[in-house]
Design a protein around this ligand. Structure first.
Ligand code: SF4
Ligand code: SF4
Length: 246
């Protein structure tokens, strides 16, 4: 995002709309500028019509800068996935997709949200911390395509300097390995320059217990059960949800 210096009158109306505080007042206070390093190209300031003087404008974004918009602007489709948004809907529609069958734990690690943003190197740091512990990264998550070598947790050189509003590392592991992975996430979170939230998903056991709750307890976490249902409204593909038929 850019500010037209000739149109801006320094009213500061736009400042509050930037989730990462990238709009700054120049010394003297007669206009603002946008810190290009901090701006994640979410488009929020322009989309809400914050500037009645039409001083905000969006230049064409080229690679790799356009990556910021792909991860930060909910109106931009990820070319790698063909859908809006930063994650897949696997965790939310597991009753249909069956990506996380019994014995499996789904984990989504989100960096940068709310309102902080994350540098790509923090994503790499988290990936490197956990990949030796037995994780299976979700190939349909847009973050997956940013790795030059996912087995080493190494990002592509052209994206390493970018910054986005948030990004999600999505993977599955086993009930046995999950507590160690959560402990490692807790350790590496303290080395990051951003905030992290961790979502854990599992299928209810027939007796009504939730493996994700047990796993979190073993790792020393207290979970906050959270309901978010994206109804699959489709034919269950996994025997756990279809009574045996696939
Ligand atoms: S709202 Fe427009 S005129 Fe006011 S500070 Fe922002 S860019 Fe400048
Ligand atoms: S595009 Fe988003 S991050 Fe950039 S200045 Fe506008 S609100 Fe802030």
């Amino acid at each position: 995002m850019r500010v037209n210096e000739e149109k801006c009158i320094g009213c500061l109306e736009c400042v509050a709309y930037c989730p990462v505080g990238a709009i700054k007042e120049v010394a003297g206070g007669n206009r603002v500028f946008i810190n290009e390093e901090e701006c994640v190209e979410c488009g929020c300031c322009l989309r809400v019509g914050a500037c009645e003087w039409e001083a905000l404008w969006q230049p064409e974004l080229k690679w790799p800068r356009v990556l910021r918009a792909q991860f930060s602007d909910p109106h931009v489709v990820h070319p790698s996935t063909g859908i809006y948004g930063r994650g897949t809907d696997e965790i939310k529609t597991n009753e249909v997709t069956g990506r996380y069958p019994r014995g499996c734990i789904g984990i989504a690690v989100e960096l940068g949200r709310p309102g902080t943003g994350t540098g790509m190197l923090d994503i790499e740091k988290v990936a490197r911390a956990i990949l030796s512990l037995g994780v299976d990264f979700e190939k349909d998550n847009p973050t997956y395509n940013l790795f030059q070598d996912v087995s080493q947790g190494k990002l592509r050189d052209d994206v390493r300097g970018e910054r986005v509003l948030s990004a999600i590392l999505e993977f599955r592991t086993t009930v046995v390995k999950a507590p160690q992975i959560l402990k490692e996430l807790d350790r590496v979170a303290r080395e990051l320059g951003t905030v992290m939230s961790v979502n854990i998903a599992s299928v209810l056991e027939p007796d009504g217990t939730l493996p994700a709750e047990k796993v979190a307890g073993e790792a020393g976490f207290q979970i906050r059960p959270n309901g978010k249902s994206n109804l699959g409204l489709g034919k269950p593909r996994h025997q756990d949800f279809s009574g045996g038929a696939r």
